[in-house]
Design a protein around this ligand. Sequence first.
Ligand code: NAI
Length: 267
Amino acid sequence: MSEGVLVTGAASGIGAALVELLLARGDCVLALDRVSVDPRPGVEVLTCDLADPAAIAAVLDRVDPAAVAHVAGVPGTAPPLTVLTVNVLAPVLLVGPLVARMGPGGSAVTVSSVAAHRSAVPDEVLDELLGCTDTAELADWLGRHPHTGAEAYDTAKKALVRWTRLAAGEAVARGVRVNSVSPGPVETPILADFRRSMGEADIDRAAATVGRHGRPEEVAAAIAFLLGPDASWISGTDLPVEGGLLAVRAARAAMTARTAGPTRSRT
Ligand code: NAI
Protein backbone atom coordinates (compact mmCIF):
# COMPACT_ATOMS: atom_id res chain seq x y z
CA MET A 1 0.00 0.00 0.00
CA SER A 2 1.72 3.21 -1.10
CA GLU A 3 -0.35 5.90 0.53
CA GLY A 4 -2.07 6.76 3.75
CA VAL A 5 -0.63 7.47 7.15
CA LEU A 6 1.11 4.73 9.10
CA VAL A 7 0.33 5.02 12.83
CA THR A 8 2.21 2.78 15.25
CA GLY A 9 0.73 2.14 18.68
CA ALA A 10 -2.68 2.51 17.02
CA ALA A 11 -4.57 0.19 19.38
CA SER A 12 -4.57 2.42 22.45
CA GLY A 13 -4.20 5.87 23.96
CA ILE A 14 -2.58 8.56 21.83
CA GLY A 15 -2.23 6.33 18.76
CA ALA A 16 -5.93 5.37 18.84
CA ALA A 17 -6.92 9.04 19.23
CA LEU A 18 -4.70 9.92 16.26
CA VAL A 19 -6.38 7.25 14.10
CA GLU A 20 -9.76 8.85 14.89
CA LEU A 21 -8.50 12.30 13.98
CA LEU A 22 -6.90 11.20 10.72
CA LEU A 23 -10.02 9.30 9.64
CA ALA A 24 -12.15 12.35 10.46
CA ARG A 25 -10.01 14.51 8.17
CA GLY A 26 -10.24 11.96 5.37
CA ASP A 27 -6.89 10.19 5.55
CA CYS A 28 -6.46 6.45 5.02
CA VAL A 29 -4.69 4.87 7.98
CA LEU A 30 -2.30 1.95 8.26
CA ALA A 31 -2.84 1.03 11.91
CA LEU A 32 0.11 -0.89 13.37
CA ASP A 33 0.23 -2.44 16.83
CA ARG A 34 1.36 -5.66 18.48
CA VAL A 35 -2.21 -6.18 19.69
CA SER A 36 -5.19 -6.26 17.37
CA VAL A 37 -6.75 -3.07 16.09
CA ASP A 38 -10.43 -3.22 15.07
CA PRO A 39 -10.69 -3.25 11.27
CA ARG A 40 -12.98 -0.56 9.83
CA PRO A 41 -13.41 1.42 6.63
CA GLY A 42 -10.34 3.50 5.85
CA VAL A 43 -8.10 1.45 8.15
CA GLU A 44 -5.65 -1.26 7.11
CA VAL A 45 -4.51 -3.23 10.14
CA LEU A 46 -0.88 -4.32 10.51
CA THR A 47 -0.13 -6.57 13.47
CA CYS A 48 3.58 -6.27 14.28
CA ASP A 49 5.73 -6.60 17.38
CA LEU A 50 8.13 -3.66 17.14
CA ALA A 51 10.51 -5.50 19.48
CA ASP A 52 11.17 -7.91 16.58
CA PRO A 53 13.42 -6.45 13.85
CA ALA A 54 12.39 -9.24 11.44
CA ALA A 55 8.73 -8.25 11.85
CA ILE A 56 9.68 -4.62 11.14
CA ALA A 57 11.49 -5.71 7.96
CA ALA A 58 8.33 -7.56 6.85
CA VAL A 59 6.26 -4.40 7.36
CA LEU A 60 8.77 -2.39 5.32
CA ASP A 61 8.27 -4.84 2.45
CA ARG A 62 4.50 -4.22 2.54
CA VAL A 63 3.97 -0.51 3.06
CA ASP A 64 5.10 2.78 1.61
CA PRO A 65 3.04 5.42 3.42
CA ALA A 66 2.94 9.10 2.55
CA ALA A 67 3.37 9.92 6.24
CA VAL A 68 4.22 8.06 9.43
CA ALA A 69 3.49 8.70 13.09
CA HIS A 70 5.57 6.55 15.40
CA VAL A 71 3.54 6.60 18.60
CA ALA A 72 4.16 3.13 20.08
CA GLY A 73 6.27 2.94 23.19
CA VAL A 74 6.87 0.87 26.29
CA PRO A 75 7.33 2.30 29.81
CA GLY A 76 10.27 1.97 32.19
CA THR A 77 8.57 -0.90 34.03
CA ALA A 78 9.81 -3.10 31.15
CA PRO A 79 13.40 -4.45 31.18
CA PRO A 80 15.91 -1.87 29.88
CA LEU A 81 16.74 -3.89 26.75
CA THR A 82 13.04 -4.03 25.82
CA VAL A 83 12.69 -0.30 26.44
CA LEU A 84 15.62 0.50 24.15
CA THR A 85 14.49 -2.01 21.53
CA VAL A 86 10.95 -0.66 21.18
CA ASN A 87 11.61 3.01 21.92
CA VAL A 88 14.87 3.51 20.00
CA LEU A 89 15.76 0.61 17.69
CA ALA A 90 12.22 0.25 16.30
CA PRO A 91 11.86 3.86 15.12
CA VAL A 92 15.39 3.76 13.67
CA LEU A 93 14.63 0.54 11.77
CA LEU A 94 11.07 1.46 10.75
CA VAL A 95 10.76 5.23 10.44
CA GLY A 96 14.30 5.69 9.08
CA PRO A 97 13.78 3.63 5.89
CA LEU A 98 10.24 4.97 5.40
CA VAL A 99 11.48 8.56 5.56
CA ALA A 100 14.34 7.70 3.19
CA ARG A 101 11.79 6.46 0.62
CA MET A 102 9.47 9.47 0.90
CA GLY A 103 9.23 12.09 -1.79
CA PRO A 104 8.44 15.81 -1.49
CA GLY A 105 5.56 16.46 0.92
CA GLY A 106 6.30 13.36 3.00
CA SER A 107 6.39 13.74 6.73
CA ALA A 108 7.05 11.80 9.91
CA VAL A 109 6.37 12.46 13.57
CA THR A 110 7.84 10.53 16.48
CA VAL A 111 6.51 10.58 20.03
CA SER A 112 9.12 11.30 22.69
CA SER A 113 8.34 12.56 26.21
CA VAL A 114 9.16 15.35 28.66
CA ALA A 115 10.90 12.48 30.51
CA ALA A 116 13.73 13.01 28.00
CA HIS A 117 14.78 15.96 30.17
CA ARG A 118 15.50 13.56 33.05
CA SER A 119 18.35 11.87 31.17
CA ALA A 120 21.85 13.34 31.50
CA VAL A 121 23.33 11.07 28.83
CA PRO A 122 25.46 13.26 26.49
CA ASP A 123 24.95 13.47 22.73
CA GLU A 124 28.00 11.38 21.86
CA VAL A 125 26.70 8.48 23.98
CA LEU A 126 23.21 8.93 22.52
CA ASP A 127 24.78 8.71 19.07
CA GLU A 128 26.40 5.38 20.02
CA LEU A 129 22.95 4.17 21.05
CA LEU A 130 21.39 5.44 17.84
CA GLY A 131 24.07 3.62 15.85
CA CYS A 132 22.97 0.21 17.22
CA THR A 133 21.45 -1.91 14.45
CA ASP A 134 20.21 -4.91 16.44
CA THR A 135 19.41 -6.04 19.97
CA ALA A 136 22.87 -7.58 20.46
CA GLU A 137 24.43 -4.15 19.89
CA LEU A 138 21.87 -2.58 22.25
CA ALA A 139 22.80 -5.16 24.91
CA ASP A 140 26.45 -4.30 24.40
CA TRP A 141 25.66 -0.56 24.75
CA LEU A 142 23.74 -1.30 27.96
CA GLY A 143 26.72 -3.27 29.27
CA ARG A 144 28.88 -0.16 28.84
CA HIS A 145 26.19 2.29 29.98
CA PRO A 146 24.10 0.50 32.65
CA HIS A 147 20.50 1.75 32.92
CA THR A 148 17.48 0.64 34.93
CA GLY A 149 14.25 0.31 32.98
CA ALA A 150 13.13 3.76 34.15
CA GLU A 151 16.47 5.32 33.20
CA ALA A 152 16.37 3.53 29.83
CA TYR A 153 12.96 5.12 29.18
CA ASP A 154 14.29 8.64 29.82
CA THR A 155 17.41 8.07 27.73
CA ALA A 156 15.45 6.41 24.93
CA LYS A 157 13.14 9.40 24.67
CA LYS A 158 16.10 11.80 24.68
CA ALA A 159 17.74 9.71 21.94
CA LEU A 160 14.51 9.76 19.93
CA VAL A 161 14.39 13.57 19.94
CA ARG A 162 17.99 13.65 18.75
CA TRP A 163 17.37 11.01 16.08
CA THR A 164 14.33 12.92 14.83
CA ARG A 165 16.29 16.15 14.51
CA LEU A 166 19.17 14.47 12.68
CA ALA A 167 16.76 12.60 10.39
CA ALA A 168 15.03 15.90 9.63
CA GLY A 169 18.34 17.45 8.67
CA GLU A 170 19.00 14.69 6.16
CA ALA A 171 15.46 14.82 4.75
CA VAL A 172 15.25 18.57 4.08
CA ALA A 173 16.87 18.29 0.65
CA ARG A 174 14.13 15.85 -0.43
CA GLY A 175 11.28 18.05 0.79
CA VAL A 176 10.43 15.66 3.63
CA ARG A 177 9.68 16.89 7.17
CA VAL A 178 10.44 15.05 10.42
CA ASN A 179 9.39 16.29 13.86
CA SER A 180 8.76 14.95 17.34
CA VAL A 181 6.25 15.72 20.06
CA SER A 182 7.05 15.41 23.76
CA PRO A 183 3.96 14.89 25.90
CA GLY A 184 3.80 15.37 29.64
CA PRO A 185 1.67 12.87 31.56
CA VAL A 186 -1.44 11.90 29.58
CA GLU A 187 -4.47 9.90 30.74
CA THR A 188 -3.80 6.62 28.91
CA PRO A 189 -3.15 3.05 30.12
CA ILE A 190 0.64 3.61 30.17
CA LEU A 191 0.26 6.25 32.93
CA ALA A 192 -0.20 3.53 35.57
CA ASP A 193 3.21 2.13 34.56
CA PHE A 194 4.76 5.60 34.77
CA ARG A 195 3.40 5.90 38.31
CA ARG A 196 5.38 2.77 39.17
CA SER A 197 8.57 3.54 37.21
CA MET A 198 8.81 7.33 37.80
CA GLY A 199 7.07 7.50 41.18
CA GLU A 200 3.57 8.60 42.20
CA ALA A 201 4.89 11.91 43.54
CA ASP A 202 6.47 13.04 40.26
CA ILE A 203 3.36 12.21 38.24
CA ASP A 204 1.03 13.89 40.74
CA ARG A 205 3.31 16.95 40.94
CA ALA A 206 3.08 17.37 37.15
CA ALA A 207 -0.73 17.46 37.32
CA ALA A 208 -0.64 19.83 40.28
CA THR A 209 1.70 22.15 38.35
CA VAL A 210 -0.48 22.53 35.25
CA GLY A 211 -3.90 21.68 36.69
CA ARG A 212 -4.44 18.22 35.20
CA HIS A 213 -2.98 15.51 33.02
CA GLY A 214 -3.29 15.72 29.25
CA ARG A 215 -5.89 13.96 27.16
CA PRO A 216 -4.83 11.63 24.32
CA GLU A 217 -6.69 13.69 21.72
CA GLU A 218 -4.71 16.80 22.73
CA VAL A 219 -1.46 15.03 21.84
CA ALA A 220 -3.03 13.49 18.73
CA ALA A 221 -4.00 16.98 17.52
CA ALA A 222 -0.38 18.15 17.76
CA ILE A 223 0.84 15.07 15.88
CA ALA A 224 -1.80 15.51 13.17
CA PHE A 225 -0.82 19.17 12.78
CA LEU A 226 2.88 18.32 12.38
CA LEU A 227 2.08 15.49 9.96
CA GLY A 228 -0.06 17.62 7.68
CA PRO A 229 0.33 20.52 5.24
CA ASP A 230 -0.43 23.21 7.86
CA ALA A 231 3.06 22.47 9.23
CA SER A 232 4.70 22.69 5.79
CA TRP A 233 7.52 25.00 7.02
CA ILE A 234 8.26 23.12 10.23
CA SER A 235 10.89 20.41 10.43
CA GLY A 236 13.46 19.20 12.93
CA THR A 237 11.51 20.52 15.93
CA ASP A 238 10.41 18.89 19.15
CA LEU A 239 7.00 20.19 20.22
CA PRO A 240 6.30 19.83 23.96
CA VAL A 241 2.61 19.01 24.56
CA GLU A 242 2.38 19.33 28.32
CA GLY A 243 0.14 22.25 29.26
CA GLY A 244 3.14 24.50 29.95
CA LEU A 245 4.85 22.17 32.44
CA LEU A 246 8.37 23.01 31.23
CA ALA A 247 7.55 26.73 31.18
CA VAL A 248 6.40 26.64 34.80
CA ARG A 249 9.58 24.81 35.80
CA ALA A 250 11.70 27.40 33.96
CA ALA A 251 9.81 30.29 35.57
CA ARG A 252 10.21 28.75 39.04
CA ALA A 253 13.94 28.17 38.46
CA ALA A 254 14.37 31.79 37.36
CA MET A 255 12.44 33.00 40.42
CA THR A 256 14.61 30.88 42.71
CA ALA A 257 17.77 32.24 41.10
CA ARG A 258 16.50 35.84 41.48
CA THR A 259 15.58 35.23 45.12
CA ALA A 260 19.02 33.77 45.83
CA GLY A 261 20.56 36.94 44.38
CA PRO A 262 23.75 37.32 42.33
CA THR A 263 26.60 34.99 43.20
CA ARG A 264 29.77 36.93 44.01
CA SER A 265 33.09 35.96 42.58
CA ARG A 266 35.72 35.10 45.21
CA THR A 267 38.56 36.50 43.11
P1 NAI B 1 -0.69 3.30 25.54
O1 NAI B 1 -0.16 2.27 26.46
O2 NAI B 1 -2.14 3.66 25.59
O3 NAI B 1 -0.34 2.92 24.03
C1 NAI B 1 0.90 2.38 23.66
C2 NAI B 1 0.67 1.51 22.45
O4 NAI B 1 1.95 1.05 21.99
C3 NAI B 1 -0.19 0.29 22.78
O5 NAI B 1 -1.25 0.15 21.85
C4 NAI B 1 0.79 -0.86 22.68
O6 NAI B 1 0.21 -2.10 22.30
C5 NAI B 1 1.78 -0.32 21.65
N1 NAI B 1 3.03 -1.02 21.74
C6 NAI B 1 3.81 -1.19 22.83
N2 NAI B 1 4.82 -2.00 22.55
C7 NAI B 1 4.69 -2.37 21.26
C8 NAI B 1 5.42 -3.22 20.41
N3 NAI B 1 6.49 -3.91 20.84
N4 NAI B 1 5.02 -3.38 19.13
C9 NAI B 1 3.92 -2.70 18.68
N5 NAI B 1 3.17 -1.90 19.45
C10 NAI B 1 3.56 -1.74 20.72
O7 NAI B 1 0.18 4.59 25.83
P2 NAI B 1 0.17 6.04 25.16
O8 NAI B 1 0.08 7.02 26.22
O9 NAI B 1 -0.76 6.11 24.03
O10 NAI B 1 1.67 6.10 24.62
C11 NAI B 1 1.99 6.49 23.32
C12 NAI B 1 3.37 7.10 23.30
O11 NAI B 1 3.35 8.29 24.08
C13 NAI B 1 4.47 6.21 23.89
O12 NAI B 1 5.59 6.29 23.06
C14 NAI B 1 4.74 6.84 25.24
O13 NAI B 1 6.06 6.62 25.66
C15 NAI B 1 4.48 8.30 24.92
N6 NAI B 1 4.18 9.11 26.08
C16 NAI B 1 3.05 8.89 26.83
C17 NAI B 1 2.79 9.67 27.92
C18 NAI B 1 1.62 9.42 28.80
O14 NAI B 1 1.59 9.92 29.95
N7 NAI B 1 0.61 8.67 28.36
C19 NAI B 1 3.69 10.77 28.33
C20 NAI B 1 4.83 10.94 27.45
C21 NAI B 1 5.05 10.14 26.39
